[in-house]
Design a binder for this molecule. Structure first.
Ligand code: TTP
Ligand code: MG
Length: 382
């Protein structure tokens, strides 16, 4: 199976948030920074046109861009947005590696059957992030982390760059060696001394020469020049919650439709719980109304569960108890308060026959979903 890695990087992150919070700044050169070090943290793309960039002294930015709007850093606000984005990404795939405040890797290898074609999925992620945060990002998609990261930077802002397996060699041939991870000023100087500026040339070098000049890093350089990078996407130790949510095609207050969403979402959440050998105790229903009012309702149950049926029943109950005054725009089901299954097995062995039957049904459905895609088998909902 061809590995598929996404690298997601927000565009002009701090500056874009400032423009979002103060719409009169849209389209203007915005420069965020200052503080103790007196340097630019980031600049909007409008300011970049004047030559302003990150890490540049503020006084220099002022000289280059007199009409610029200079703003202080509001870390707390940027962190909150970052958290929202990263939390969203973990609902797409559990294998998310958060790299910095505005970038993450997502391993979507082998998810095509469940999540659809990878390119369409990348587009959807861009759409969802835009819809949820009103911010744009750029995504790179490639067979490994290093290429995905270079790809996300290729076309910015609001880009989507895909490097397919059979395009790797062509892509690397002309790539400046300065773009390779780990190649800083020092390495660049050595490579220049060898007459090497492009990755294609680097590939021609005998590995012995690379080892002599760079030691252990020589091996890595040889790999990179061939597009090889086996480093895995390392997700957070364990998710704190698992959830699934959908924005409706059309706002609705039809209980039948809402229940069908809950059923599909509980199915998705249950399967991920079982895959990670987790059981949760707190089930949460999330609703966003057509007036954008967002509410969550939770219930904590006695016995930790990974059963789709229990999640469906609890979430449906929460839905029924909720007095809905307007139509629903978004609905979601989540579970948190985890305990690992292994311990649970001994603690709760006295499961009833009904439970055992349910567990068997869950595992059959998981297997079918895993092999044939989610839509093949839907349990009889009512
Ligand atoms: P980047 O992703 O490097 O930059 P960016 O998001 O502003 O712009 P783009 O990705 O479109 O090129 O960094 C993310 C944030 O990190 C950035 O908005 C501000 C902060 N940052 C600094 O504070 N100092 C720096 O030197 C850099 C590079 C970033
Ligand atoms: Mg960025």
């Amino acid at each position: 199976m061809e590995p598929t890695i996404l690298h997601i990087d927000m565009d002009a992150f701090y500056a874009a948030i400032e423009q979002l919070d103060n719409p009169s700044l849209k389209g203007k050169p915005v420069i965020v920074g200052g503080g103790m070090r007196g340097v630019v943290s980031t600049a909007s793309y409008e300011a970049r046109a004047f030559g302003v960039h990150s890490a540049m002294p503020i006084f220099e930015a002022r000289r280059l861009c007199r009409q610029g709007v200079f703003l202080p850093v509001r870390m707390k606000r940027y962190r909150a947005v970052s958290k929202q984005i990263m939390a969203f990404l973990t609902t797409v795939s559990p294998v998310v590696e958060v790299l910095s405040i505005d970038e993450a890797y997502l391993d979507i290898t082998g998810t095509a059957r469940l999540l659809g074609d990878p390119i369409a999925l990348a587009r959807k992620i861009k759409g969802w992030i835009l819809q949820e945060t009103r911010l744009t990002c750029s995504i790179g998609m490639a067979p490994n982390k290093f290429l995905a990261k270079i790809a996300s930077d290729w076309k910015k802002p609001d880009g989507l760059t895909i490097i397919r397996e059979d395009e790797v060699d062509g892509f690397l041939k002309e790539l400046p060696v300065a773009k390779l991870p780990g190649v800083g000023k020092r390495a660049l100087k050595i490579l220049e001394g060898l007459g090497i500026t492009r990755t294609g040339q680097l590939r021609q070098l005998p590995e012995g020469t690379l080892a002599k000049k760079f030691g252990k890093f020589g091996r890595r350089l040889a790999d990179l020049s061939r597009g090889i990078d086996h480093s895995p996407v390392i997700s957070e130790s364990q998710p704190k919650s698992i959830s699934s949510e959908n924005t409706m095609d059309e706002d609705t207050d039809d209980p039948g439709i809402l229940r069908r969403y809950i059923l599909a979402q509980a199915e998705n959440v249950g399967r991920r719980l079982r895959k990670h050998s987790l059981r949760g105790r707190t089930i949460t229903l999330k609703l966003k109304y057509s007036d954008f009012r967002l509410i969550t309702r939770s219930r904590t149950i006695e016995v930790p569960t990974n059963s789709t049926t229990v999640i469906v029943e609890t979430a449906s109950d929460l839905l029924q108890n909720e007095r809905r005054l307007s139509k629903v725009r978004l609905i979601g089901v989540g579970i948190s308060h985890f305990e690992e299954s292994i311990r649970q097995l001994t603690l709760f062995e006295r499961s009833t026959r009904q439970d055992q039957r349910q567990t068997r049904l869950d595992s059959v459905i998981d297997e079918v979903a895993e092999r044939f895609g989610e839509d093949v088998l839907k349990r009889g909902g009512s």
